[in-house]
Design a protein around this ligand. Structure first.
Ligand code: SAH
Ligand code: SF4
Length: 354
């Protein structure tokens, strides 16, 4: 299911240079092609006017040009906007553009964040999540991941300065393509966005968290925790059976120590499942072992067809009060884009069901 596409947009600069040399071209053409792709954001090989006509013709004949077709946009300027894309094979994915900074990172508010997908569907089947409802179809290629950034900037006509991999799919289950996409996004020859402005959210793939800690970029990490004991967590997240909390937290410690970075733990508040004050006390105990950890609580965003609900505000406040008293650095994010089904995987499902 993960056949490598020959698209040039899946290559890093050194890989492209090597490919060009194999095609009998000078190495410097690699930089030229990258300037067209990511500097000028050219939409076809035809327009790469400083390349010899024969080379352009060869590119057109041999290398597909990956473009994401925009099917729908929900929301309007200055609000959360949701973009549905059709990929070359017909698969649908979504990206979300969020105008101010999410409460998560708490810095200047002029930033625009894009929430991007990494897979078509998701294999992890968290019980509360729309993305996993129809299972997993395939990994996105690096070009399809980076392409979301390019297309959303183009359509919105705005600069995006922050990326969160919190859309459809489990980013760390598509590790190689994700890292390649981040290379494209992060490099000077690519989109030039700093690694500190990129956050990967994971449901807790412990071995890949360690792998991420061992690579050099200062990418930020968010963990979808949602339960602070194995008992609570595995009720709603099957992945917890494979990587129980002890293993996950040990990988998180490794990440924090290696990167000298703060990890964010995300905790969806689901009524009757994980929202009692005692659950908050468990959560405080758990994250206190991880240096500088931050907790981001998110009241559950209702998904059609699933039985879960968010607790009322009084209960949310009681939960936060316990964290506060335990001196855990915690914020609560009152969901943006609630009205346009902005939680992961929901717009795609609505479109598929029509
Ligand atoms: N697979 C990765 C990244 C995508 S999900 C992960 O699970 O971390 C991004 C975040 O949205 C996760 O924390 C996920 O648990 C959360 N989420 C999923 N469905 C939600 C819903 N209905 N309401 C609120 N948050 C939701
Ligand atoms: Fe997959 Fe993340 Fe949704 Fe779980 S929460 S099903 S890992 S996308």
């Amino acid at each position: 299911m993960n056949t490598p596409s020959p698209a040039l947009q899946n290559l890093t600069l050194p890989e492209l240079e090597q490919r060009l040399v194999e095609l009998g071209e000078p190495k410097y053409r690699g930089g030229q092609v990258m300037r067209w792709l990511y500097g000028k954001r050219t939409e076809s090989y035809e327009k790469m006017s400083d390349l010899p006509a024969a080379l352009r013709a060869r590119f057109i004949a041999e290398f597909p040009f990956v473009r994401l077709e925009n099917v729908r946009v929900l929301g309007s300027k200055d609000t959360t906007r949701k973009f549905l894309f059709r990929l070359p094979d017909g698969a649908l994915i979504e990206s979300v553009l969020i105008p101010a900074s999410p409460a998560l990172y708490g810095e200047a508010s002029d930033r625009r964040t894009i929430c991007m997908s990494t897979q078509v569907g998701c294999a992890y089947g968290c019980k509360f999540c729309a993305s996993g409802l129809d299972g997993w179809s395939r990994n996105l290629s690096a070009a399809e991941i980076a392409g979301q950034f390019i297309e959303v900037e183009r359509i919105a006509d705005e600069k995006i300065n922050n990326i969160v991999f919190m859309g459809m799919g489990e980013p760390l289950a598509n590790f190689a393509n994700l890292m390649k996409a981040i290379e494209i996004i992060n490099s000077d020859w690519g989109l030039g966005l700093g690694a500190r402005h990129i956050t990967i959210s994971t449901s807790g793939l412990a071995p890949q968290i360690r792998q991420l800690a061992d690579q050099p970029k200062q990418i930020r990490l968010a963990i979808s925790l949602h339960g602070a004991t194995d008992e609570v967590r595995q009720q709603i997240m099957p992945v917890n059976r494979k990587y129980p909390l002890a293993e996950l937290m040990s990988a998180c410690s490794y990440y924090t120590t290696k990167k000298k970075q703060r990890i964010t733990f995300e905790y969806i508040l689901i009524k009757g499942i994980n929202d009692e004050p005692a659950h908050a006390a468990d959560l405080a105990r758990l994250v206190k072992n991880i240096g500088g950890a931050k907790v981001n609580c998110i009241p559950y965003n209702k998904v059609e067809g699933l039985q879960w609900d968010r607790p009322d505000e009084a209960r949310q406040d009681a939960f936060m009060a316990v964290l506060d008293k335990a001196r855990v650095l915690a914020t609560i994010r009152r969901e943006k884009g609630h009205d346009i089904a902005a939680a992961c995987g929901q717009l795609r499902r609505q479109t598929m069901q029509k």
